[in-house]
Write a protein that binds this ligand. Structure first.
Ligand code: ADP
Length: 357
């Protein structure tokens, strides 16, 4: 009967979502109060086992809304704790898989802090980028009797749907194209590819990249919050017995701020920026949703960002999204919209809701 068909469809969908839960993980992180604003009351009411409850006061009284993710990190969680269970992900890059880790959230919610770290970088407050590469070197060293690994990085920026190399020394502003080369595994073949073999190599290159990213920014135009930056780590491993070559890659992406811009308040360049950001973030959401539904057509080509990540989203690739929220009451609307986006990506709720229908 029709009813049974619907049940069967729902069961299939649920299984697909369960399959996918292993490959797309969503972690939520709450930024601590910045000291000068610490008199505020946090909008985060409660955190427990992957659940986060946000209080949503309105003129009708006190309300709240809960969201579920693979993990939720509260304000006092350290950089080391955030990174603590990521070793399997790093190991899979050495095994020849593609991995994509990205940071999503409104400007000022802590994306750069999670991925890179604060401006006064110490070993203790280093972000995911440094830790991931550090672990990669340690694991490669452990396998050195059986494998020989070469690691190289690229760092690019996507601003207004234009791709720029961040690892140039002369400050040149060459525009780059994205086209996947199946031979080399490089999808931005003309971006500088720098070999790295130690954490200090990585620190030097990240500093160069960050300096180049600041080019074009003025006090009023903090470009870094309106561009996506991507550190791509290419790993090539040679099996010393069989001679087989394995290729894995890891994209570490600090996305542009997700805040919605009030169209009536901005014009010209600022409006164009906002439209490009909206376009690429919603393209990212669409790609992930369509992967979750196992659609045969996945709309990768709708933005530069999704083109860049094409071979690292879906299929055998593993994806981890860190969604960031600010605890201040004046960020509430953005916080809710961020968590809704993240929940769409996590699809856990979608799966459950469809089954219960
Ligand atoms: P975004 O990249 O989302 O715009 P930032 O990473 O620049 O945000 O964070 C905004 C400010 O908050 C920075 O001064 C940063 O150092 C600080 N910050 C963010 N997250 C944390 C954290 N978990 N612990 C301490 N300070 C943080």
């Amino acid at each position: 009967s029709g009813y049974h068909r619907v049940l069967e469809e729902n069961r299939k969908l649920y299984n697909q979502v369960q399959d996918l839960k292993g490959s797309i993980r969503v972690y939520c992180r709450v930024r601590p109060f910045l000291s000068e604003r610490s008199s505020y009351v946090s909008t985060v009411e409660h955190i427990e086992d992957g659940n986060i409850t946000i209080s949503t006061p309105s003129k009708y009284g006190k309300g709240c809304k809960s969201f579920t993710f693979n993990k939720v990190f509260g304000q006092s969680v350290t950089q080391a704790e955030v990174f603590s269970d990521m070793q399997p992900l790093i190991r899979s890059v050495l095994d020849g898989y593609n991995v994509c880790i990205f940071a999503y959230g409104q400007t000022g919610s802590g994306k750069t802090y999670t991925m890179a770290g604060p401006k006064d970088l110490t070993e203790k407050n280093q972000g995911v980028n440094y830790r991931a590469l550090g672990d990669l070197f340690v694991l490669a060293e452990k396998r050195k009797d059986n494998f020989r690994y070469d690691v190289a990085v690229q760092m690019i920026e996507i601003y207004n749907e234009q791709v720029r190399d961040l690892l140039v020394i002369d400050g040149s502003n060459k525009r780059l194209e994205i086209h996947n080369s199946s031979q080399t595994g490089l999808n931005v073949p003309d971006a500088s590819l720098m070999p790295v073999s130690s954490t200090s190599d990585v620190i030097d290159l990240m500093n160069l990249g960050q300096r180049n990213r600041a080019v074009g920014a003025t006090a009023l135009n903090d470009r870094s919050s309106r561009s996506h930056s991507c550190l791509t780590v290419h790993v090539q491993g040679k099996d010393l017995t069989s001679g087989t070559i394995l290729r894995g890659c890891m994209h570490l992406v600090d996305l542009a701020g997700s805040e919605r811009v009030n169209k009536s308040e901005v014009t010209g360049g600022r409006l164009k920026e906002a439209q490009h950001i909206n376009k690429s973030l919603s393209a990212l959401g669409d790609v992930i949703a369509s992967l979750a539904q196992k659609n045969t057509h996945v709309p990768y080509r709708n933005s530069k960002l999704t083109q860049l990540l094409q071979d690292s989203l879906g299929g055998q690739a593993k994806t981890l999204m860190f969604v960031h929220i600010s605890p201040e009451p004046d960020a509430l609307a953005e916080t809710i919209s961020t968590l809704k986006f993240a929940e769409r990506v996590a699809t856990v709720e979608l799966g459950a809701a469809q089954v219960n229908k």
